[in-house]
Write a protein of this length. Structure first.
Length: 367
C-alpha cells in the first residue's frame, strides 16, 4: 500500500505541473483487465535517450497499473520500418508508436509542426503552447483525421547543425551539397541549393562513410557520438536553426485508445508527460560532457556563416507563406504557433537570454 500511495502522490504532483489528469487510485486495478500492446519506435536500441524513452513509458505504465497494462517496445525496423510508424499506428498494425512527426512531411506538411520547423518554437515554448495554449486541441483535431491520438513524448532541445565532410565557409558552399535532413529543413536547404536526403538513423553512418552524402544532421553530441559520425565527417556545425526544439511523440491508434479503461488512459497520459520531461533533462545532463569528448576526438566545431543563416530564415518564411496559402491544416496550427512564439520570444529575450549572454561572456573572460 505504501508503494501505491507513493505512485498516486507522484502522479498528482506531475498533474499539477503539466495539466494532465492525475493517476487513478491503483486500488481499482484489481477489477481492470489485462491488456497487452505493442509499441513501434523509430529509433535504434543503441540510443538510450530516444529509444529508452519508450522503455521508460512502458515500465512506468506497468508500475502504475500493477502490471495489468503491458506495452512491449520494438526498435526501428524490428516490426515496421523506422519511418513507417505513423502508418502502422494508423492502420492498427501496432497499437502505438514513438516517432517524429516530420518524418511524415510528405503526407502532410502539418506533421512537421508537431516536431519542429526552422526558426520555430523552442522546447519550453512548445511545451507551454501545447499544455497551456492551443497546441493539444489543435493537434488532436488534426491527428483524428489519421485515426491517431498524439502525446508529447520527449524533446532534444536545440540541436547541433550536422556533420560535414567539408567546411561551409559561406552560403555558396551549400550549392550541390547532399545532406541527410527531414521536414521543412530539407525544403530550406533545397532553396539554398543543397540536395536533401531522407535516411533513417541506422543508414546515416554508412552513407557518410562511402560518400553517398556529404553531410548529415541527427540530434546532438550525446546521440551523435554514439553513432560515430565524427569518424567520417569532422566538421560539426551549430546551431541547428531548423530544429530549435524538436518534439518526439507517442502516437496511439484512436480506436485502441477509446477502448482503454479510463484508468489506463490516465496512466498513459501521466507516463507520457513524465517521459516528455525526462528526455530533455537527460539531454541537458549528457550533452555537455559529450561535446567535450567529441572535440577531444577531433571534431571541429563550426558556426554556420551569417549569410547562410539569413538566407535560410528568409527562405523559411517564404515556404511557410506558400504552404499556408494552400494547406488549411498547416495554416491553422502554424498561425497559432507563430503568434505564441512572437510574444514568448520577447519575454525570453528580456530576462533569460540577457542573463545567458552575460554568463557566456564571463565564461569566455576566464579563458
Amino acid at each position: 500500500m505504501q508503494r501505491r500511495e507513493f505512485i498516486r502522490k507522484a502522479g498528482l504532483g506531475l498533474a499539477a505541473a503539466t495539466g494532465v489528469a492525475a493517476v487513478p487510485v491503483i486500488g481499482q486495478a484489481e477489477a481492470l483487465p489485462a491488456i497487452k500492446w505493442r509499441l513501434a519506435s523509430s529509433f535504434p536500441k543503441s540510443l538510450d535517450t530516444l529509444y529508452g524513452t519508450s522503455d521508460f513509458l512502458a515500465k512506468r505504465i506497468a508500475e502504475i497499473t500493477d502490471g495489468k497494462f503491458e506495452i512491449r517496445v520494438f526498435a526501428g525496423g524490428e516490426i515496421v520500418p523506422a519511418n513507417g510508424v505513423l502508418d502502422a499506428v494508423q492502420q492498427n498494425t501496432v497499437e502505438c508508436g514513438h516517432t517524429c512527426g516530420y518524418y511524415y512531411h510528405g503526407k502532410n506538411k502539418t506533421f512537421s509542426l508537431e516536431t519542429t520547423i526552422p526558426f520555430g518554437l523552442g522546447v519550453r515554448q512548445m511545451n507551454a503552447w501545447y499544455y497551456f495554449g492551443e497546441g493539444q486541441a489543435l493537434f488532436r483535431e488534426f491527428f483524428a483525421k489519421y485515426n491517431i491520438v498524439n502525446f508529447l513524448g520527449g524533446n532534444t532541445g536545440t540541436q547541433m547543425g550536422g556533420w560535414f565532410r567539408k567546411e561551409i565557409k559561406s552560403l555558396a558552399d551549400m550549392k550541390g551539397l547532399k545532406i541527410r535532413i527531414p521536414g521543412f529543413g530539407a525544403e530550406v536547404f533545397s532553396a539554398l541549393g543543397a540536395v536533401p536526403q531522407l535516411l533513417p538513423g541506422p543508414e546515416i553512418y554508412p552513407a557518410l562513410e562511402r560518400g553517398a552524402i556529404d553531410a548529415a544532421e541527427w540530434v546532438g553530441p550525446y546521440d551523435d557520438e554514439k553513432l560515430g559520425f565524427y569518424k567520417v565527417a569532422k566538421f560539426y556545425y551549430y546551431p541547428s536553426w531548423w530544429e530549435p526544439g524538436p518534439t518526439i511523440s507517442f502516437y496511439i491508434n484512436k480506436e485502441q485508445w477509446e477502448k482503454l479503461p479510463k484508468a489506463y488512459q490516465t496512466a498513459f497520459e501521466t507516463a507520457a508527460a513524465e517521459a516528455n520531461l525526462r528526455m530533455m533533462a537527460a539531454y541537458d545532463a549528457k550533452n555537455p560532457p559529450a561535446i567535450q569528448r567529441l572535440a577531444q576526438n577531433g571534431a571541429q566545431l563550426k558556426r554556420y556563416p551569417d549569410d547562410a543563416m539569413k538566407a535560410a530564415y528568409e527562405a523559411a518564411q517564404k515556404i511557410y507563406a506558400e504552404e499556408s496559402a494552400k494547406n488549411p491544416d498547416f495554416k491553422k496550427i502554424y498561425d497559432s504557433q507563430r503568434a505564441f512564439q512572437q510574444v514568448s520570444d520577447i519575454w525570453m529575450g528580456l530576462a533569460e537570454n540577457t542573463l545567458a549572454t552575460f554568463m557566456q561572456s564571463q565564461l569566455r573572460a576566464k579563458k
